[in-house]
Write a protein that binds this ligand. Structure first.
Ligand code: UD1
Ligand code: CA
Length: 454
């Protein structure tokens, strides 16, 4: 039967104390809801519904491009009520998988097991034996060990609260069955809400087989209601991605101290030192080495390139055998060819540097087109901004830019040109010649330093 997935995401998330709707809280470079949507998509459902409410427009706008049907729950009257808003749109013969927008770490395999059980006409629920089940609904079983229902924490007796088996939220059943049960749930409970887990008791009553699938790890089913749980989910995700990287042959100096907030692909024998953050889409070639405290976002690095400590690279493409840092900043739309060296306190923005070019110390290269084997001396600045517009600096192959030069763009330095140290170059410098702009040095003979007056 076709599958419909419904994701409940209308809650405000009071326990977050945030202006952001809970399902838009950040996790692993995305948002909570993004993780749930991604896993749901892998099930190839016929349709996906997201029930939204709090921060409505913000939530819808963020996922506009996804094939999702948005269902407004204007008033948040509970998870059962939330599902009721989506059900009228789902044909009777569909299997329905209900997910909670704040349970982001579920694995595809687990969800497939829930769906398979629903396809057999059962009500499938996901439970977990938690070391600390505070806040979760507790599974009630009879003497024979059969599931009888769920009691929410706030409605539970002290004895029930001691139960370790928790209801983790997700469930699956035929659309027609859910429709029937939901008609009969009430809100006579501690929170005056229509609880979705109440369908479990109703299913038991009408003789539907309730299958409790026990989650393999606590991590997978963790709900995110407050900042502590958000941090715990982030930590778990971090550990998972670090383990996956090591499995694929990457050396992590400390797998506890790496943050992956996107998609990192590595070649063979890549080494990553501690406290590095990778965001967006990062590609590292074979034998790349990344020093400690490096932040990299949307970058591509060629084979054998090395990034030393404390660098920030963003939206850059770097060739093979390049050396960057320590303390370098590579800003968006920068292309560094093979064997480029960028040293400490060098900032490069929207520039291309040709093969073997070096800027080893203290420089700003912005909007520049720099050829091969150029030597950029310490303190060189491209003055690319006249206060209104940006202009380009062009430097030919083999040029030598003396230290502390200002290149006032638009300006061209020809191939093989030499610029004398300390020059302010505001006119084009011809190829192969020495150009300098500097007051002549003089010595005042016999000059004496003033003496302290008595
Ligand atoms: C819920 C379950 C609890 C389970 C726990 C697992 C209920 C009543 N309780 O509790 O049994 O152990 O999850 O994490 O279902 N939502 C709506 N509309 C609403 C209310 C909630 O869309 O009117 C959404 C929220 O945005 C959230 C999800 O449903 O994504 C769960 O709501 P939440 O208030 O966090 O429920 P819990 O107290 O965690
Ligand atoms: Ca929750």
């Amino acid at each position: 039967m076709p599958l419909s997935v419904v994701i409940l995401a209308a809650g405000q998330g009071k326990r977050m104390h945030s202006d952001l709707p809970k399902v838009l809280q950040p996790l692993g470079g995305g948002t909570l809801l993004e993780h749930v949507l991604r896993t749901a998509t892998r099930l190839n459902p016929a349709a996906m519904y997201v029930v939204y409410g709090h921060g409505g427009e913000q939530v819808v706008n963020m996922f506009k491009q996804l094939p999702v049907q948005w269902v407004l729950q204007a008033e948040q009257l509970g998870t059962g009520h939330a599902l009721m808003q989506a059900l009228p749109q789902i044909p009777d013969e569909h299997d329905v998988l209900v997910l909670y927008g704040d349970v982001p770490m579920l694995r595809q395999k687990t969800l497939e097991a829930l769906v398979a059980s629903a396809q057999r006409g059962e009500l499938a629920i996901l439970t977990a034996n938690l070391s600390n089940s505070t806040g979760y609904g507790r599974i009630l079983r009879d003497a024979a060990g059969e599931v009888r229902g769920v009691v929410e924490e706030k409605d539970a007796t002290p004895e029930q609260r001691r139960l370790k088996e928790a209801s983790t939220g997700p469930l699956a059943a035929h659309a027609a069955s859910l429709r029937g049960w939901l008609k009969n749930i009430g809100n006579d409970n501690a929170q005056k809400e229509y609880y979705l887990p109440d369908v479990i008791g109703l299913a038991v009553k009408d003789g539907t087989l309730v299958t409790a699938i026990l989650a393999e790890t606590e991590e997978e089913v963790a709900g995110v209601n407050d900042r502590r749980q958000l941090a715990a989910a982030e930590r778990a995700l971090r550990r998972q991605s670090a383990e996956a990287l090591m499995q694929r042959g990457v050396t992590l100096r400390d797998p506890e101290r790496i943050d992956l907030r996107g998609d990192l692909q590595c070649g063979r024998d890549v080494l990553i030192d501690i406290n590095c953050i990778f965001e967006g889409r990062v590609r590292l070639g074979n034998h790349v080495r990344i020093g400690p405290n490096v932040l990299m976002r949307d970058c591509e690095l060629g084979d054998d390139t090395e990034v030393f400590a404390n660098c920030v690279l963003e939206n850059a493409v770097v060739g093979a055998r390049a050396r960057i840092g320590p303390f370098a900043r590579i800003r968006p739309e920068t292309l560094l060819a093979d064997e480029v060296h960028i040293g400490n306190f060098v900032e490069v923005k929207q520039s291309r540097l040709g093969r073997g070019t070096k800027a080893n110390h203290l420089a700003y290269l912005g909007d520049a087109e720099i050829g091969k084997q150029v030597n950029v001396g310490a303190g060189t600045i491209t003055c690319n901004y006249d206060g209104v517009n940006k202009h380009r600096t062009v430097i030919g192959d083999d040029a030598f830019i003396g230290s502390n030069s200002s290149l006032v763009a638009p300006v061209t330095v020809g191939a093989g040109a030499t610029i004398g140290a300390g020059s302010v170059i505001s006119k084009d410098a011809p190829a192969g010649e020495l150009t300098l702009e500097r007051a002549e040095q003089r010595t005042v003979k016999g000059w004496k330093r003033p003496k302290k007056q008595q």
